[in-house]
Design a protein around this ligand. Structure first.
Ligand code: SF4
Ligand code: SF4
Length: 201
């Protein structure tokens, strides 16, 4: 079996930014993960998506089930995968890993999937990771409580207007609840990284 080519931090971060800015589908190896379909977020639809009879919505957002999961998540799968909204296609949770990458040391892993963002491994990676981290600190400094994924996308230079997932519920949470949510994401990412590291041994 051939060894997979190692990921390069700067290349992955740039790819995330490029895909988000161009509207291309994100390239994330989701496997069985459906975490982002269960998150406290609302997927806003475009006019064309609102007119698609396959998608169940309230006139603006996809409907959700009582437990908060998307209405189209059935038995752990997206029942409208081929027609899923642009927001779902573009979502790239690796931005969280980018956001959490402490400039030079911490490797990143998604909150739920195993699409890794590599540890910075050469001078270009290090310079890029440092710039991303600085940008992230600036963004978070300007907008305390901003969601880590959106901040991660912004940190890799995706303009705010391209941040596709509306996180209004997060914005309406109390600062304590939002802080707890972000801390929870960090814990999940750390646990997953530990799991991935254990698998590698
Ligand atoms: S439409 Fe599909 S991909 Fe999008 S949130 Fe719902 S279940 Fe997930
Ligand atoms: S959280 Fe990431 S890995 Fe999981 S389903 Fe969403 S995009 Fe895929």
């Amino acid at each position: 079996m051939s060894t997979p080519k190692p990921l390069k931090f700067a290349a992955v971060a740039r790819r995330i930014a490029r895909d988000r800015a161009s509207g291309a589908s994100a390239v994330v190896d989701c496997g069985a993960c459906t975490m982002c379909c269960r998150e406290p977020q609302r997927v806003e639809l475009t006019p064309a998506e609102l007119a698609n009879p396959v998608l169940r919505h309230d006139g603006k957002h996809l409907l959700r089930q009582p437990d908060g999961a998307c209405t189209h998540l059935v038995d752990g799968r997206c029942e409208v995968y081929d027609q899923r909204p642009r927001s779902c296609r573009a979502f790239d949770c690796r931005a969280l890993a980018v956001a959490m990458c402490k400039a030079l040391s911490a490797p990143g892993v998604t909150r739920a999937g195993y699409s890794r963002v590599a540890r910075p491994c050469d001078a270009e990676d290090v310079a890029y990771a440092t710039a991303v981290h600085k940008n992230l600190l600036r963004i978070v400094g300007q907008a305390p409580g901003v969601d880590a994924v959106d901040a991660g996308c912004a940190a890799v230079n995706v303009p705010e207007s391209e941040v596709v997932l509306e996180r209004r519920e997060l914005l309406t949470m109390s600062p304590e609840a939002r802080g707890e949510w972000i801390a929870q994401q960090a814990r999940i990412a750390a646990d997953l990284w530990r799991e991935v590291s254990d698998e590698r041994r």
